[in-house]
Design a protein around this ligand. Sequence first.
Ligand code: ZN
Length: 344
Amino acid sequence: MRLVFSSRYELDIGAHVFPTDKYRMVYERLIETGLAQPGDFHEPSEPDPADLRLVHHDDYVEDLLELRWSPRTVRSELPLSEEIVGGFFLHAAGTILACRFGLEDGVAMHIGGGFHHAFPDHGEGFCYINDVAVGIRKMLTERLITRAAVIDCDLHQGNGTARVFQGDPAVYTFSIHQERLYPIKEESDWDIGLDDETDSDAYLKRLGPAVPRILNEQKPELVVYIAGADPYQHDQLGSLRLTKRGLALRDRMVIEGCYRRGIPVVPVLAGGYALDTNDTVDIHVNTVRECLRVLGQLPPRPEPAAMPEGESELRASDFEPQAGPGVVDDSPLAVEPPREDASR
Ligand SMILES: [Zn+2]
């Protein structure tokens, strides 16, 4: 599987809850575990500023290029330096590249990206450039696709992405997130706001019917899957209570749901603020594993540490109402879960 990554994603943002070393750590873990080889990784080239302007307003892009504190840049909660701006621009180029790979290969993943709080005219919430929106707009502009969907499973609502695509019939936005938390909510095409303390089981029961409904009804030609690690039970910013296993099953629902329908899917990392960054890395690596699994490229003996036993009794078969008794956890989600009335 082709993976997009740059060592320049690791940025000096000072003492901060956002661990920008996680990108390098995911890269290193993938190599160490044999899940990926160095040749699987592709580094994006410098982005064309015109691509950023497919989403972002000229005066905002100018502020970033000139490192200007303004009402447009000040809400990022990040410092503003040449290195940081360059890093965010590169993440956007990375998501463009991952979208190209995804369209060619069916599945490709960006070990970066997911900055869904960036709006056309301002940054906020650790996000300067909305790489997801840029990637999708680029594919639409080049007429490689006519319809796309964003399936956003980060802890936080994808408010920037929702705003970018409001009124755009070519892009369907879905977000499932903790309701009583940053940000002030924008209107996605479909939002599921979860109560505090929602656990894996309850989460997957909400997501399970949503994924096939989105894919069957909207028929996107590309899905960007925002696979945030921050719904994790020990995340510092949220109070959803998903286990690592629950998060991996979440990944499987989205990735396999797309793949089985022949819909290209591109996961991007987005948030993850576990006290121990190694937990965040585990969750992101498990997303790569789910991609490899669906492609039939998973090494035969996955290392046992990645998905601890006993932390959850959830099994993929819980979401396969017609599956037989022999279903094991590694089997695909072969049967769609029953539909439930969506709370739009
Ligand atoms: Zn988040």
